[in-house]
Design a protein around this ligand. Structure first.
Ligand SMILES: NC(=O)c1ccc[n+]([C@@H]2O[C@H](COP(=O)([O-])OP(=O)(O)OC[C@H]3O[C@@H](n4cnc5c(N)ncnc54)[C@H](OP(=O)(O)O)[C@@H]3O)[C@@H](O)[C@H]2O)c1
Length: 337
């Protein structure tokens, strides 16, 4: 893991009305991003906590929103502060006897892009999307977890119902979602097959993949067959991974198509091929984050952070994620706690 920048002062609620944040002035390339010190500090409303952000995970969703596609439709207006994942410290709780109180270390998913996001010193977060940070993790590690791990849980555990004897194919096993998906599938006893480039296949075996396919040298349909579930984290526009996956499923098998958009005839195409298919949208929740936290604490789920960038280098972080070959996650160090 490469870490740029360091750690220092503890968090405070100094009551100031403004904060430091990454602001998006216009949709498009990274030129629309800038650091501002005078962004209005968000004020929690009913059902929300105010959290001082220590680190924020960067997801492909943040990158596509910046570019003006995907969830950009949810941006109320520009300038905007993006960022879903965070790890930090509670500054204000909904009420005195609430389960999380000021000073508690938490991780979760913000309500961005409708609300101010996590690439900022403070974020407001719906109480049902925040959980105690696993103590075994640093804030930079914890910030890498929420969106990716809840997506992996939703697809591998809730949709695929991973179990012993089941064959699960995970496309992009080395990415943010993929490295959690591979581990969760293996944890629940499934025979996990993962695709990645050659440099990552050994690592995926360490994470629990029973088989790997190097997508740079081998077409997966030449190496894999009779799969119960495909978790596709690459998607239709890239190398037609989705349509090609229909042919490797057993009759009645399930394709989970995770990347947003791009395949309007997904369900009909699957029916014609004699299999089932669904898209997927993450619905982050505190209970799942708590279970994931327990698996991390017990050592059954590992978190891989490829690189940590300071807030000032957010554009470089965006470019790295946009390149599509991150191993694990990219995280932004937001404050010095
Ligand atoms: N719908 C939702 O709610 C939701 C939630 C989370 C994520 N997503 C979407 O799911 C996708 C995955 O997210 P992520 O965070 O895991 O992305 P990511 O971390 O950026 O994925 C990067 C990984 O993709 C791998 N990869 C690239 N091309 C590949 C190919 N042709 N075959 C196999 N692997 C390939 C790379 O491995 P190599 O370098 O080894 O090639 C790299 O490790 C994104 O499209 C994201 O937007 C959707």
């Amino acid at each position: 893991m490469t870490v740029h920048g360091g750690l220092g002062t503890p968090p405070t609620d100094d009551g100031t009305a403004t904060m430091r944040a990454v602001v998006l002035d216009r949709f498009g390339d990274c030129g629309g991003l800038r650091i501002a010190d005078d962004v209005a500090r968000p004020v929690p409303v009913v059902g929300e906590l105010l959290v001082r952000v220590v680190a924020a995970g960067l997801n492909p969703m943040d990158v596509t929103t910046r570019a003006g596609v995907g969830d950009a439709v949810g941006v109320a207006g520009l300038p905007a502060v993006l960022g879903h994942d965070f790890s930090g410290v509670v500054v204000r709780a909904p009420y005195e006897a609430f389960r999380l109180q000021p000073g508690d270390e938490v991780y979760g998913v913000s309500a961005a892009p409708r609300a101010t996001g996590s690439f900022a010193e403070y974020v407001t977060v719906p109480a049902q999307q925040v959980a105690p940070k696993p103590k075994v993790l640093s804030h930079t590690e914890a910030a890498a977890v929420p969106l990716a791990a809840t997506t992996a849980w939703g697809t591998v555990v809730e949709l695929a119902k991973a179990h012993e004897g089941q064959r699960i194919l995970v496309h992009a096993g080395a990415g943010g979602v993929g490295h959690f998906a591979v581990q969760l599938g293996a944890y629940f006893g499934a025979h996990v097959i993962a695709t990645a480039s050659g440099r990552n296949v050994g690592w995926l075996r360490e994470l629990g993949a029973a088989e790997t396919v190097d997508h740079t040298t081998t077409r997966f349909e030449d190496a894999v067959a009779a799969v119960d579930t495909v978790i596709d984290l690459v998607g239709d526009p890239h190398d037609r991974t989705g349509p090609r996956s229909l042919g490797v499923l057993r009759p009645g098998g399930l394709l989970v198509h995770v990347p947003s958009g791009g395949w309007p005839t997904l369900v009909e195409d699957a029916q014609r091929a004699g299999v089932r298919a669904t898209t997927y949208r993450t619905v982050p929740d505190a209970a799942t984050l708590a279970v994931i936290g327990r698996l991390i604490t017990s050592g059954d789920l590992r978190v891989a952070v490829q690189e940590v960038f300071p807030l000032e280098e957010i554009a470089a972080a965006h470019r790295l994620v946009e390149g599509g070959h991150v191993r694990g996650k990219v995280v932004i160090q937001v404050t010095d706690y």
